[in-house]
Structures are given as structure tokens and as C-alpha cells.
Design a protein around this ligand. Structure first.
Ligand SMILES: Nc1ncnc2c1ncn2[C@@H]1O[C@H](COP(=O)(O)OP(=O)(O)OP(=O)(O)O)[C@@H](O)[C@H]1O
Ligand SMILES: [Mg+2]
Length: 390
């Protein structure tokens, strides 16, 4: 393994010294500079000094009292030194801090106080992901699918959306966060492991162990299956943050089926998402629930990522879309047709609609995937035109 060069940012001098000893102690990395100031702007002189070292990794220490400065520093470093992988060292007790750090550009969030072993594992994960061509420092995009009300179709949308994304970018994962996971059933998979195994092995989870916990469909979609027993374990939001952090380093797209789970885990996934798809039927009870769910999920994040997906859509007289959008605080992003026979047969057979020949619903979800990735330069537009729902 080639030696990694590491730049350290820590305002506390003792912590700076400790981090340097720990980094050098891994014997796969060496400290090239240790800085006491947190850069707050691209023009700060410490940025230029650090650029001169071309570090492979930048370690930023997030101490409770200077967290906002550290988060700003992460943003600036991410912007100005894009070739370096950002690792944050911070408390695991504040899930919002973890989410903010990840959104600012950190690749690894490591518990503070840290150890040589934690750092070594993170360095090894970085090196092994860099061996995969095209994934250097890239973070996958997360799309979370959540129900306004139970049975609205979250799993159907999540499974088929993941298949559509997989067909244009072969690095897609489907994560089943539902209180009782149904994704494997929809895909006729018999997973040997589930998300419960991944969470209970977080302390030693690396990319190859995570990979071994995932099932694969014949088209190569990776599936982290859901729990087969309700409330088998109650992981903390920090546990999920760690899991998503690793997933985002490994996959280009991550589709999360939250179905009707409304807790810290769904909030966390929503906060990390490019888009949160709120699945609802166009009826009063469902739309009433959609407003409440959106409010709950937005309490720890912004609403601008929410989009309503009206499933089993048909025109209803008197249904005012603009009024609905205003009441829920989210735009209607998509309308999926009502095709009960096609969908229920697909679920019963374990062959999703996207794989059962050309159907109206298959085309609709393919177009939704296309819409969600319209700004993604890595997906060639031609790929979509070649893609057929068969
Ligand atoms: N577009 C559609 N047209 C017709 N029927 C649909 C459509 N989408 C879903 N359904 C039906 O709705 C039912 C629930 O679907 P699904 O399992 O995807 O929902 P869910 O929201 O994930 O449910 P849960 O709350 O149990 O997680 C299924 O029986 C399915 O056949
Ligand atoms: Mg479901």
C-alpha cells in the first residue's frame, strides 16, 4: 500500500500532537503538516500552504466548542483541495453534526477520541476504493423513498427506481430501512444477511464486509436487505450515519426504501439525500399524512429536497394540485399510473415491473430515474435512450 500524505487541522495543540502520533503510527500514512487554524475562506494563507503539500488526506478535528468553524473549514478545504479525501474526527453523539460534516464533504467521520486502528481502517478503505477506477473521492447520491401513509407504494417505487438507475450506472445499491423489509421479496432474493448484520458489525465494517452482507440481483443491483423481524435492533442515527458514509463511498446511487419508518434513521437518510420522494395517493387521508411526514422529516433538515410522488394516479375532479403543493410544502414531482394487475402480479412473482416487459408504470419509473439524474454528467444521455423496460 503506498504511503498516504496527511494534513491535520486541529485548534487544540494536544489533540494536534496526538493525531500526528496516531497517523504516523499507522505506518501506512505520514503527517505532512499540522495546522492550528481552521480556514474560513479560500484566501486564508493556510489553504495555499496546505495545497503545496498535495495531501492525500485531510484530517479535521471537530471539537464541540469550535464545531461551526470546523464545518466551515471542511467546506473550504473540500472546495479548494478537491484531490484530498476529507476525514473528520468528532463526537458520535450528535447525529446532526455528523450529517452536516458529511454534507460539507467529509468522506469518513471517525469517532473522537480516535485510535491508530480506527485511522488505519479508514486509510485502508480509502486506498481500496481508489483502486476502483472512477470512484476517487466521489460520493454517491442518495434518494430516499418514504410513504405518506402505509401501503402507498414506497417499496414498489424504490425497487424499480433502483433497477432503472442500475441499468444506466452499474454501481447502484438499494437499502431497505423499512420496519419490516419487503425489498428482497419484491426481487425474489433470499438474502443470507440483512441490514441488521451490517449494523451489528459496524465496528469492523469495511467495503468488502459490507459487500458480503449485500445480495445481488441477476442484473447486478446490490441490495442490503431489510430486517425480517420488527425492531430486531434499534441502532442509533450515528450507526446509520456510519453505514451511509461507507455506502456513499462505494456506490454511485443509493436508493433507500424507508416505507413507513418515521424515526431518526429516516430523518438521517432524508438529510443525506439528493431528493426525498414522498409517496402519496391523491386522497384526503394520504395528503393529510404527507404534510405531517414532510414536517417531521424537515425538522432536522431543509424541505427543498422533498418531492411528492403521486402513486396510483388518476385524474380526480376537484383535486387541486397547486393547493396540495402549498399545503404540503413540496412540489408534485411525479405521477405514477394506477396499474394494479401489473404491480400486484410483479410483487407476487418477485419480478419487478421494470423487468416484465414494457408497461406504462415501468416507463413512468424509468422516466422518473431519468429526471432525477438529469444533471449527472456521468450518466450518458444515450444510455437512457438505449434502455428499454424489458
Ligand atoms: N402504481 C400502482 N398501481 C397499482 N397498485 C399499486 C401501485 N403501486 C403499488 N400498488 C399496490 O399497493 C400495494 C402496496 O405496495 P408496496 O408494497 O410497494 O407499498 P409500501 O408503501 O411499500 O407498503 P408498506 O407500507 O407495507 O411498506 C401492493 O399491493 C401493490 O400492488
Ligand atoms: Mg414497503
Amino acid at each position: 500500500m503506498p504511503e498516504l500524505s496527511v494534513a491535520i487541522f486541529a485548534t487544540d495543540s494536544d489533540q494536534r500532537a496526538v493525531l500526528q502520533v496516531l497517523v504516523d503510527g499507522t505506518s501506512v500514512a505520514r503527517t505532512v503538516c499540522a495546522n492550528s487554524t481552521m480556514p474560513q475562506a479560500a484566501t486564508d494563507s493556510v489553504i495555499h500552504r496546505t495545497q503545496a503539500f498535495s495531501p492525500d488526506v485531510i484530517l479535521v478535528d471537530i471539537a464541540g466548542n469550535v464545531a461551526p468553524d470546523a464545518l466551515r473549514a471542511i467546506e473550504v478545504l473540500h472546495q479548494e483541495i478537491p484531490g484530498a479525501a476529507l476525514f473528520a474526527i468528532g463526537p458520535m453523539t450528535h447525529s446532526q453534526l455528523i450529517v452536516n460534516a458529511m454534507r460539507s464533504g467529509v468522506r469518513e467521520y471517525i469517532e473522537r477520541p480516535t485510535s491508530t486502528t480506527d485511522l488505519l481502517e479508514a486509510f485502508v478503505r480509502l486506498t481500496s476504493s481508489r483502486r476502483k477506477p472512477g470512484r476517487e473521492n466521489r460520493r454517491g447520491k442518495v434518494f430516499t423513498v418514504v410513504n405518506a401513509k402505509g401501503g402507498s407504494g414506497a417499496t414498489t417505487v424504490a425497487v424499480n427506481l433502483a433497477l432503472a438507475l442500475q441499468s444506466v450506472h452499474s454501481s447502484t445499491a438499494l437499502v431497505d430501512l423499512a420496519p419490516l423489509g419487503h425489498c428482497a421479496l419484491h426481487l425474489n432474493l433470499k438474502p443470507a444477511f440483512t441490514i441488521t448484520d451490517a449494523i451489528s458489525n459496524l465496528h469492523r465494517l469495511d467495503s468488502s464486509l459490507l459487500d458480503s452482507f449485500m445480495a445481488r440481483t441477476d442484473r447486478g443491483l446490490h441490495v442490503l436487505a431489510g430486517t425480517p423481524t420488527p425492531a430486531a435492533i434499534e441502532p442509533s442515527a450515528s450507526d446509520f450515519a456510519r453505514l451511509f458514509d461507507m455506502m456513499a463511498g462505494l456506490f454511485h446511487y443509493i436508493v433507500v426504501d424507508a416505507s413507513s419508518r418515521l424515526d431518526g434513521a429516516t430523518r438521517l437518510a432524508s438529510n443525506l439525500s439528493e431528493k426525498v420522494l414522498l409517496i402519496a395517493h391523491a386522497d384526503v387521508a394520504c395528503l393529510w399524512s404527507a404534510a405531517r411526514v414532510a414536517q417531521f422529516l424537515a425538522e432536522t433538515g431543509s424541505r427543498d429536497r422533498f418531492g411528492l410522488v403521486l402513486n396510483r394516479y388518476r385524474k380526480v375532479t376537484g383535486f387541486d394540485e397547486a393547493e396540495t403543493e402549498a399545503a404540503i410544502g413540496a412540489p408534485v414531482l411525479w405521477r405514477i399510473p394506477n396499474q394494479y394487475f401489473a404491480v400486484s402480479t410483479a410483487i407476487d412473482r418477485g419480478v419487478p415491473v421494470l423487468q416484465t416487459g414494457s408497461t406504462e408504470i415501468g416507463r413512468s419509473i424509468t422516466a422518473l430515474a431519468q429526471f432525477l439524474t438529469k444533471d449527472d454528467l456521468e450518466v450518458k444521455r444515450t444510455a437512457w435512450s438505449l434502455f428499454k423496460t424489458v
